[in-house]
Design a protein around this ligand. Structure first.
Ligand code: IPD
Ligand code: CA
Ligand code: CA
Length: 265
């Protein structure tokens, strides 16, 4: 692991931590999608530092790239605070997420929660780590004994097709599992699979910066990531992500695939 990279992310974590324990200025990107001055501060800091370290990578940040994607071969996706609603409400499930991708594949990943002091890291072919210790997914094989997590898309407020899909799948999955959690940070949801706390996770409408790092961390910890039909998850295209320890993946896909999003469109 590159020491410069770690130092940069740790510094960014200090900004997050200061913000977490301070009064914040909250503004709205949409009715329920919040942003604070700290989201912007962290993203600008990371962009500034990473651009000189990774000159041949395009940097795409949630708050300053206007949702734009590009055809660049090498990309760094940044989510300065994944879990902004938690950040605003003083819940400790917040993280800085940074994913390095080359030719549509993840190569290096960091998810750092400076409040709980958990630093997740993965490098292609070298494994996944939490605070320097190697981690791996759980070995629970039954969906009924599994703890699942999910998230609700911001588009829920429109009571659109996304909302009805979310409710329908949730209704079906909930009784078939040990329980379902909704912690409010997609990058941490993925890391919690990698470290064996959760056994599975699914969500609709995530953006590349939400999952760019978590995907590699799950894969390097021995888990599985796909779209809703079990095929490869395309980070800039697919709308539904399914992640698991591998064992429960097919059961999970069967339920999600039965409730097709397209039927509602
Ligand atoms: C959000 C979180 C949340 C997920 C949302 C994301 P943000 O990211 O990851 O868990 O359900 O869809 O947008 O807005 O806090 O960076
Ligand atoms: Ca996010
Ligand atoms: Ca964010």
């Amino acid at each position: 692991m590159n020491d410069n990279l770690i130092n940069i992310v740790k510094e960014a974590g200090k900004i997050l931590k200061t913000g977490f324990y301070s009064e914040k200025n909250v503004t709205f990107k949409s009715k329920v999608d919040l942003i604070t001055e700290y989201d912007l501060k962290i993203e600008l800091y990371l962009k500034d530092k990473l651009k000189s370290l990774y000159i041949d990578f395009e940097i795409i940040g949630e708050e300053t790239s206007n949702g734009k994607t590009s055809s660049a071969r090498k990309k760094i996706y940044i989510d300065p605070i994944d879990g902004t609603t938690n950040f605003v409400h003083s819940l400790p499930f917040v993280a800085i997420s940074i994913g390095f991708w080359i030719d549509g594949k993840p190569v290096e990943a960091i998810v750092y929660n400076p409040i709980l002091e958990e630093f997740f890291y993965a490098k292609k072919g070298e494994g996944a780590f939490l605070n320097g210790e190697k981690i791996s997914v759980s070995n629970r094989k039954e969906l009924q004994n599994s703890l699942i997590s999910t998230g609700f898309p911001y588009s829920k407020v429109d009571k659109s097709n996304d909302y009805f899909w979310t409710i329908r799948v949730f209704e079906e999955i909930l009784p078939l599992t040990r329980d379902v959690r909704r912690y409010g940070s997609a990058s941490l949801d993925l890391c919690y699979i990698a470290v064996g706390r959760y056994d599975g996770y699914y969500e609709l409408n995530l953006k590349p910066w939400d999952v760019s790092a978590g995907i590699l961390i799950v894969l390097e910890a021995g888990g599985n990531i796909s779209n809703e039909t079990g095929e490869k998850y395309l980070i800039e295209k697919n709308r539904i992500i399914v992640a698991s320890n591998g064992y429960i993946h097919q059961d999970f896909i069967n339920i999600i695939n039965k409730n097709k999003l397209v039927e509602l469109q």
